[in-house]
Design a protein around this ligand. Structure first.
Ligand code: 5GP
Ligand code: MN
Length: 324
């Protein structure tokens, strides 16, 4: 670790122009971590460009640094940093269309394939924001109020308001320190987790009207037609999966979101230690043991049948239950 920190410091020192990139369909940890790194490096005199292929979702526009995020990546830079991406493709770009290889890879996904020249991947961290918080001092980055607000947003959103089973006293202490540095917890919580737009609520209604369950599985589907009919601007599930996973009785909750070009975005949430990351990986995606996702090629009906069948198979399997 010490070696990596020294190497990263040397790379940062030498670089003038730096590009920071997060993952497509960004969540609060992707946006927060991106802004935190961008602001931190800018404060040390670097020229920094923040990139999100899909831009900043409306609910995260309040975050300091969000206003300067751009959707196209510069063709040149001295250093390229990825945050919260488990694989290069998660940036929304393939290697050929990036200005250079990824130099620094900050992440917390157990499925991360260490695609960076230097990798700071901590699978036990609740969020990439936690990884960055821990590395800020060793890397010589000062956490000001704007950075604290972004990091707290990463912690709050990836733990769904400190409710996931991986939250430790250390995480709560970190949150307390960020609040001491000026991060507004109530505002972060309200804007990034609680508030819904009217159209998102109607979009949820479409999914909820198709709620189904059997054999310990519970799932809903959202179609392109749903998005058109209610005017929902994103191509995600508007976080409906988090609502579905509060419904009792299901071991695994899934959502299927139809995409253009014959693809379906699948999300899994599990209980009782069932590992859905492995399953998501088998479908070309990744994530965490209890929250994973994949973009699967095929028509909605066909993908749903295939994914449900594969998910049913792991329900009875100890191999996917954290039993070695
Ligand atoms: P969600 O299902 O809410 O999009 O994401 C749940 C978790 O799975 C997140 O940690 C996210 O980064 C990961 N994930 C979601 N979709 C993909 C995907 O297409 N590829 C990979 N590698 N990970 C994904
Ligand atoms: Mn994350």
């Amino acid at each position: 670790m010490r070696d990596e920190i020294d190497q990263a410091q040397a790379l940062l020192e030498r670089a003038d122009t730096i590009v920071v990139i997060g993952h497509e369909r960004p969540d609060g940890d992707a946006v927060g971590s991106l802004n935190a790194v961008a602001i931190g490096l800018e404060n040390t005199g670097k020229q920094v460009t923040s990139v999100l292929a899909d831009g900043v979702p409306r609910r995260f526009l309040f975050l300091p640094g969000a206003e300067r995020v751009q959707q196209t990546i510069p063709t040149e830079c001295d250093l390229l940093i990825a945050v919260d991406c488990s694989a290069i493709e998660r940036t929304g770009y393939d290697l050929e269309s990036l200005p250079r290889g990824i130099d620094l890879n900050f992440d917390h996904h157990p499925t991360n394939n260490h695609f960076g020249a230097i990798n700071f991947v901590e699978p036990h961290a609740v969020a990439t924001a936690e990884v960055l918080f821990d590395l800020s001092a060793p890397l010589g980055l000062q956490i000001d109020t704007d950075i604290a607000t972004n990091l707290l947003t990463g912690l709050v959103t990836d733990t769904i308001g400190f409710r996931t089973s991986n939250v430790t006293p250390k995480v709560l202490r970190m949150a307390a320190q960020l609040i001491e540095l000026g991060a507004p917890l109530a505002e972060v919580y309200e804007r990034s987790l609680n508030q819904r737009s009217f159209v998102a609520a109607r979009y949820w209604g479409c999914g909820l009207s198709r709620l189904e369950r059997d054999d310990g599985l519970l799932w809903a589907s959202l179609t392109l037609e749903d998005r058109k009919s209610v005017g929902y601007p994103g191509r995600d599930d508007a976080d409906l999966i988090n609502l579905l996973s509060t419904i009792e009785s299901a071991e695994v909750t899934l959502i299927f979101v139809e995409q253009s070009e014959g693809k379906v975005k699948v999300s899994w949430r599990s209980r009782n230690g069932l590992n859905v990351a492995r399953l998501a990986n088998a479908f070309g995606g990744g994530g965490h043991e209890q929250a994973a996702g994949a973009m699967v090629a095929g028509e909605l009906d066909e993908v749903r049948a295939r994914v449900l069948s594969a998910t049913r198979k792991i329900l009875g399997s100890n191999q996917d239950r954290g039993v070695k």
